[in-house]
Write a protein that binds this ligand. Structure first.
Ligand code: SF4
Length: 577
């Protein structure tokens, strides 16, 4: 291990251990975008005030998300002796007084407890690991979330941080790439292309300088996997990029964060500044003679900048339009120089592979896709949250175990596996595994991990209008097939909703499906996937809209409501059924 890095790690561990042995109660509030939306900043401020006014010797700080997004703000309380720690949920500002009273009395608050993190379960509070939400999870990328302060580099260093980079420093680039290839790590943006091969393309490029880009433009509605990582453990991404830079001889890197993630941008900026301060970035890194600069870049709010060449154009100060390929970024990317683009989760896995070895990393999964994957889930579910599991479980597990089932009493109608381009599947596909191939075989894809469930109160025409409207809004305008095609699809869907459906509409959808696949980038090529996939399994519902002028969900205002319309719908519902 590089001596300077070892010193950083030793100092950080000593500081962490001293903190643990301080004899102070430690209170940690989850502070991320989800919890802030539920008042976490006020919870934090009130906890500090209340602890001070009651003269409780407490160390009140922040941490990343545990993934219990539906129970934010979450708060961890660790006893002064350090032998008992409990995770609480729903600690909204109005509940702070109850929690502080319990801390002052040296007792737990079982009514708000989620589980015991450290120490023994109590008669009223089970162990957190026995919580249904935690069972089956293998939290590697999320290991620090809920435990360390994302704004403190020493917390990261004290928990194995930068050890993978330390190992990579002692390896040849070819050996690093071999380790990543042996692990089986595939691109986590949905493509699954071997990450090691992408790094090798860059390594073999002849031009210089060479660039690395981290695609943190997570724009799929229903996906916030990357945000959880960027906000909760930013150094994991930096370390992954450092390892990729060593492997591919890259000179400079960019972390491209979507405009709608201001907290992620702020945290990444802080983390990058800390890494520079410690000599982990910049010139002559840790005295090794190696150089790597890292810039955090805020996008401008365009969905197609999630496409790698659109993103590159955006950094290049051009309009965020996907380029025509070839040339591919590995040959001519940023400023027409060789560039590698990876997803946040892809980079974040690299430190774990280098630290623990490829065999350890891949052993968790017995399907083709190796390692773990983070998923978020939302829609008509009881619990919207984020988990990390090995590839392979069924979508049903995601819904029933992790999302707690459907929120209402209506049956499941279907789900969208990964964003507005991924398509929709019916409830009968709920036993599909969470791996890549089953979706590819259906002409769709699993995406970056945001699964949205919908019950029978959703109308398939209305859902597709939302997805197509999104694609129309976000089309960059380069291809007539894409910008004109999505407009035509939206017009037809709107007309069907208003009661003006025509016999030729479904045929015209088929024509549009055949036309849009000729678009330049995935945005246009997959824009019609929601209609294409729903025509296969929800065709009768389209026909009801067009021929019978009935919307079974009672959503389309120009049509008669049908059998799944909510009770508040017009009395004509029963007749229409
Ligand atoms: Fe732009 Fe759509 Fe063409 Fe992609 S397919 S380049 S988003 S117009």
């Amino acid at each position: 291990m590089n001596a300077r890095l070892q010193k950083l790690i030793d100092t950080a561990k000593a500081a962490w251990n001293a903190e643990q042995a301080s004899g102070r109660v430690r209170v940690r509030v989850t502070l991320d975008t989800s919890s802030i939306a539920r008042g976490a900043e006020e919870t934090l401020a009130r906890l500090r005030e209340a602890a001070a006014s009651r003269k409780i010797d407490a160390d009140v700080g922040i941490t990343g998300s545990w993934g219990f997004c539906w129970m934010e703000p979450c708060v961890t309380v660790r006893s002064a002796a350090g032998t008992h720690a409990v995770l609480y949920g729903n600690i909204t500002p109005d509940r702070v007084d109850d929690l502080i009273a319990a801390i002052a009395a040296g007792r737990d608050l079982p009514e708000l407890a989620i589980g015991v993190i450290e120490g023994n379960a109590t008669p009223e509070i089970p162990l957190l690991e026995d919580h249904p939400f935690m069972k089956g999870q293998v939290r590697r990328l999320m290991a620090n979330l809920g435990r360390t302060d994302p704004e403190n580099i020493d917390h990261y260093l004290a928990h194995g941080g930068y050890e993978g980079f330390g190992k990579a420093l002692e390896m040849e680039p070819e050996a690093i790439i071999k380790e990543v290839l042996d692990s089986g790590l595939g691109g986590r943006g949905g493509g699954g292309f071997p990450t090691g091969r992408k790094w090798d393309f860059l390594r073999n490029a002849t031009a210089s300088p060479r660039y690395l880009v981290c695609n943190a433009d997570e724009g799929d509605p229903g996906a916030w996997v990357n945000r959880i990582l960027l906000e909760g453990d930013p150094h994991l991404v930096i370390e992954g990029m450092l390892i990729a830079a060593l492997a591919s001889h890259a000179d400079e890197g960019y972390i491209y964060i979507r405009y709608e993630y201001p907290l992620a941008f702020e945290r990444m900026q802080k983390a990058v500044a800390q890494a520079y301060e410690r000599g982990l970035l910049g010139k002559d890194i840790l005295g090794t003679g190696k150089n790597f600069d890292l810039i955090v870049f805020l996008g401008a709010g365009s969905y197609v900048c999630g496409e790698e060449t659109g993103l590159i154009n955006s950094i290049d100060s051009y309009r965020g339009m996907p380029r025509i390929k070839p040339p591919f970024p590995a040959q001519a990317g940023l400023w027409n120089k060789p560039t590698n683009v990876n997803n946040v989760e892809s980079y974040a896995n690299a430190p774990l592979i280098l630290r623990h070895g490829a065999r350890w990393w891949s052993s968790v999964s017995d399907v083709k896709e190796k390692g773990t994957k983070m998923f978020t889930f939302s829609g008509h579910v009881k619990q919207a949250g984020c988990i990390e599991i090995p590839f392979g479980p069924k979508v049903r597990t995601l819904l029933e175990q992790y999302a707690g089932g459907l929120s209402g009493d209506l049956p499941l109608k279907g789900f969208q596996p990964g964003g507005p381009l991924s398509g929709v599947l019916p409830a009968s596909d709920i036993d599909l595994p969470l791996t890549l191939d089953p979706y590819r075989e259906r002409g769709m894809f699993l995406g970056s991990g945001g699964v949205v469930f919908f019950d029978q109160s959703a109308c398939i025409v209305d859902l597709c209008l939302f997805f197509l409207g999104f694609c129309e809004d976000e089309s960059c305008g380069r291809c007539t097939t894409c910008h004109g095609g999505t407009q035509r699809a939206v017009e037809i869907l709107r007309r069907i909703q208003a009661g003006g459906g025509r016999d030729a509409d479904l045929e015209n959808f088929e024509r549009l499906i055949g036309t849009l696949v000729w678009s330049n980038c995935l945005h246009g090529q997959f824009a019609m996937t929601s209609i294409k996939t729903s025509l296969k399994t929800f065709r009768d519902e389209y026909e009801e809209h067009i021929v019978d002028k009935v919307c079974r969900a009672g959503v389309c205002k120009g049509l008669m409501p049908g059998r799944w319309a909510r009770k508040t719908a017009a009395p004509v519902a029963a007749a229409a059924d």
